[in-house]
Design a protein around this ligand. Structure first.
Ligand SMILES: O=C(O)CCC(=O)C(=O)O
Ligand SMILES: [Fe+2]
Length: 282
């Protein structure tokens, strides 16, 4: 029998609660078995990281379509001829970055995105890492009393204070690049959701887009939200990705937060993001 050693994808956990890296894979030639393993790994670990990929924009889109329907972002500039690809960029002369505070994308939508596939095109000589946090591990760490209370609650989310004409970005040097100033968003989601694939419980509030608990004022909501955010931001629930051109991260928006470090002033960083549609949360 002819013997041939084929490169086989391997998985390596990045941190105890979140993140897995796939090695020995070419996303342009991903067989169905490895893709299924990647889908399972995403549900189990929240973020899948792959390095050294050579994807054209068309190949990036083709890979994204294997995960689901593409959700075109309202706010980020599109890449040239590809409306499916949002550019997340910071130039040498800009001070503000995109996603520089902890958040999960699209929680302000009625049906939030499943996740994103972020591909590094240009990276600074050092810095520009992205941190990810597991909101299922954070939820698991709470007391039974707190968990039971949170399971009865819902929270209100919006992006208007971030992206509208008088929102946070408009006051920064990213303002001119962003669009969708007139888009209005408002969504109410359970504070504790179940992951659609694993059934695992997830704390579903985030510092960027959650305004308050339903039926509570913002002032009443703030102390409990602040406490929950402090829990979720604990180092033990995080992993850190260090990018180079060709690195790709796929994250699950329901079970994770992310935060892009802004520690590379004077250098360019360009990422291509494709967002995948999700399903109603409950
Ligand atoms: O640039 C990054 O590392 C992440 C930016 C971000 O928040 C996003 O693409 O959703
Ligand atoms: Fe983001």
């Amino acid at each position: 029998m002819a013997s041939q050693t084929l490169a086989r994808a391997a998985e390596r956990k990045i941190a105890p609660h979140i993140g897995v890296e796939f090695t020995d894979v070419d996303l342009n030639q991903l067989d169905d078995g490895t893709f299924a393993a990647m889908r399972d790994a995403l549900a189990d670990h929240g973020v899948v990281f792959v390095r050294d990929q050579q994807l054209t924009p068309e190949q990036h889109i083709a890979f994204a379509r294997r995960w689901g329907t593409i959700d075109v972002n309202n706010y980020f500039p599109a890449n040239g001829g590809h409306p499916e690809i949002a550019e997340v960029r910071k130039a040498e002369n800009q001070q503000t970055n995109i996603g520089g505070g902890w958040h999960t994308d699209h929680s302000y939508d009625q049906v939030p995105a499943m996740g994103s596939i972020l591909l590094a095109r240009e990276t600074p000589p050092s810095g520009g890492d992205t941190l990810f946090a597991s909101l299922s591990a954070a939820f698991d760490s709470l007391s039974e009393g707190m968990k039971a209370t949170l399971r009865t609650m819902r929270a209100v989310h919006s992006a208007d204070h971030i992206y509208s004409a008088d929102g946070i970005y408009s006051k920064t040097d990213q303002g001119a690049d962003l669009k969708g100033h007139d888009v209005r968003t408002h969504a109410v989601h359970p504070v504790v959701i179940r992951h659609p694939r694993t059934g695992r419980e997830i704390l579903y509030v985030n510092p960027a887009f959650t305004l308050h608990f339903e039926g509570w004022t913002r002032a009443e909501s703030q102390p409990l939200l602040t406490y929950l955010y402090q829990v979720a931001m604990r180092d033990e629930f995080q992993c850190r990705l260090q990018w180079s051109p060709g690195s790709i991260a796929i994250w699950d928006n329901r079970s994770t937060w992310h935060c892009a470090m802004n520690d590379y002033h004077g250098h360019r960083r360009l990422m291509h993001r494709i967002t995948i549609s999700g399903e109603p949360l409950n």
